[in-house]
Design a binder for this molecule. Structure first.
Ligand SMILES: Cc1cc2nc3c(=O)[nH]c(=O)nc-3n(C[C@H](O)[C@H](O)[C@H](O)COP(=O)(O)O)c2cc1C
Length: 247
């Protein structure tokens, strides 16, 4: 029989049941972005304000959007990749004093609990491998040049072919403490809601440049986290999305 304990989580995270937050107890606020480790190379992305990929009707993007699981063998340009990153996790403003960033998506309490990793297969000017978006600097950190990385990721995604054949697969990692610091146990609701906004922006941005996306929620959590070198619950893969050019 199905263990229907999902609602227990909703019950336990109702306001009367949550603990005072670390913010309430004046504990230090966690960083809003992971620092690039010394020795890790990075490349600058085309500046969002200089990117001109034309204009696309929002209503049309919403109406024609569908999950796309078959892609052409075309590569994305670096400009297109920068556009997609900007529209999903771009940093619009940093307030150093309050230690807050505003991004192009909403996030509960402006906590922005994600890091964006990319499994690159076909992007002009980038060797296949694993990269991380540094939104505050509009850069990509080059984590691992590895033409096999995407195959390993596909295995963690239970062999889903749209990951294997994607031009790029987005891997969103949750860093829960950024939100937990303010909202305690209630945060775990917000993490998943926040992630949905990010992926929807990717869907719509992709439509506007003749690409398509398939959200990936079916993956082996332990295999994905192990592949990424994450240490849950500190950090874990929360959502992924494969992307490529439409046929
Ligand atoms: C949270 C979430 C997880 C999903 N995970 C997968 C997945 O792992 N594999 C897949 O092929 N599609 C996945 N999808 C895509 C859905 O199957 C798809 O959105 C649904 O069938 C409706 O089709 P449409 O997006 O074309 O409207 C996921 C969608 C969402 C929102």
């Amino acid at each position: 029989m199905l263990k229907d304990n999902g609602y227990q989580f909703v019950e336990e995270t109702k306001y009367p049941n949550i603990s005072p937050s670390d913010q309430h107890q004046e504990k230090p606020q966690p960083p809003y972005e992971i620092q690039v480790e010394p020795g890790i190379k990075s490349i600058s992305l085309p500046e969002p304000e200089a990117i001109d990929l034309g204009h696309y009707d929002l209503r049309k993007a919403i109406e024609i959007r569908r999950s796309l699981r078959r892609y052409t063998e075309d590569s994305l340009s670096l400009e297109e990749l920068s556009y997609l990153l900007w529209l999903t996790q771009g940093v619009k403003k940093v307030d150093e004093k309050r230690h807050v960033v505003w991004r192009t998506v909403p996030s509960a309490g402006c906590r922005h609990p994600f890091e964006t990793y990319l499994s690159i297969n076909r992007v002009e000017g980038l060797e296949p491998g694993l990269y991380r978006y540094i939104g505050t600097e509009n850069k990509l950190a080059i984590l691992s040049i590895d033409s096999e990385f995407n195959n390993k990721l596909t295995q963690a995604c239970i062999g889903q072919h749209q990951v294997a054949t994607s031009a790029v697969t987005f891997i969103w990692a949750a860093v829960p403490y950024r939100t937990v610091w303010r909202y305690s146990e209630r945060s775990y609701r917000y993490l998943y809601l926040d992630a949905g906004h990010v992926c929807q922006n990717l869907h719509l941005a992709a439509e506007s440049i003749n690409c398509g996306v398939c959200a990936i929620g079916a993956y082996d959590d332990d295999a994905a986290d192990a592949l990424m070198g994450f240490n849950p619950p500190e950090m874990f893969v929360i959502y992924m999305a494969s992307l490529g050019r439409r046929e």
